[in-house]
Design a binder for this molecule. Sequence first.
Ligand code: AMP
Ligand code: ZN
Length: 506
Amino acid sequence: MVVKKTEKEKIKKITKEPKKKTGKEETKLKVGKSKPEMKIFNTLTRKVEEIKPIKKGEIGMYSCGPTVYGRAHVGNMRAYIFADTLRRVLEYYGYKVKHVMNITDVGHLTSDADSGEDKMQKSAREERLSAWDISKKYTDIFFQDEKELNILKPQIVCNATDHIKEQIELIKSLEKKGYTYRTSDGIYFDTAKFKKYGDLAKLNIEGLQAGKRIDVGEKKNKTDFALWKFSGENEKRDMEWESPWGKGFPGWHIECSAMSMKYLGKNFDIHTGGIDHIPIHHTNEIAQSESSTGNKFVNYWVHSEFLVLGEQEKMSKSLGNVINLDTIKEKGFTAMDYRYLCLGVQYRKRLIFGEEVLKSAANSMQRLKNKIIEIKEDNPKIIELNKSSPESKKYLEEFKESVFNDLNTPKALAVMWNMLGDNKVNNSEKYSLLLNFDRVLGLQMDKLRKEEIKVDDKLQELLKKREEFRKLKKWQEADKIRDEILAKGYTILDTNEGPKLENLGK
Ligand code: AMP
Ligand code: ZN
């Protein structure tokens, strides 16, 4: 803080004599008093901005959910861990968050730009199931994965197919205002009529339109997109509905406009998604919503970066290089190892995925577990953090500052490790701080404890044999068995109640 000269002089006047040094000054840590601002990078302005909610104390947040035509891969799950972390941070800050997420179960075509087959129908054909069964199958798996990753379920989860009426109404309102036109395969939005088209992505519209003669087909402009698609004459679709324009199904973008505005209002606070949604999906959501309502649609657009394999390679189903949660579990990693890995990279940075980085995250989780076991042996109490030591308060402030500053989770993790290594913070404070931090990190720290070891028959037999050798003072044989048990990942603790096994972890 810059103190003006006059104020400095005032201070001097009331300070009679400089206090004698006691040597304890260093321990008097400065603890921030005012609440830090909650800031986030807004794609709309390309700036880190303070979040100012529309309604005091409340946040409306919409996240583009999965297209349930196949199993989500770990790249997709990064986007949901990010949205979950944002929601947790907002709640940690004190906001009441209404989180809405859609399930895309119709209308997302194999190309985001309205060409190709409906992903759901394609998958149904390949798996010889109906599109409805495909939707149920992959929605269930998705929520199972979310649960394992400790992602909080949004208060409202809405399927596109349950909101056909709302989507038709929205298209009708656009039609009434003159934003639509008809081609032989559907009803399209005329992007030339929306002056701000492409602002979010800073699209070079002129450049884009210049190429329109190449593959624009019946569309008026290259960037125009389908609001409603007609079922083809010979097409056999599992999902189709009557509409004022003919039998068919909604385009992908209209579902997110219709459902977000239904549950959060015409203008709401935050909309999330992966960065790939910026140039098409979110650009089109803005065009439809704002043309229909005449209002600003969303105040903060927040996008997460990709998970890539190697320097550039994007993980995607179409490239055939996908890894899902089961794949990493088969390799001996846990869902929490993956969550830790995601937290270790700020959401706006690319996450370069591979076994090495996953191993390092798993090691950190093991270290965290060991630390918690050690702390728990001291029977820590849950204490009120505002009554704790200045050191402990300082870590709390640092943690808050990190997560409230554009979700700097890597820094928050570093604060946690510094706190755990600081012997000026006692174990009750450490444990209480960890549980507090975990409201944001979601690493299920309360569940990290010594594993109860289920001793299988083979281990039981080995343990018994070792005891027999020990009774006979056959130390060499007993040690050989101990080594065998060690190789299986356990160590033997000889206690008063007899030998016990302890898991050495991974
Ligand atoms: P989809 O199910 O294809 O609609 O995608 C679901 C979410 O995953 C969207 O928010 C995408 O932006 C995001 N996404 C897709 N691929 C990746 C990736 N490789 N890394 C991170 N996020 C991704
Ligand atoms: Zn969406």
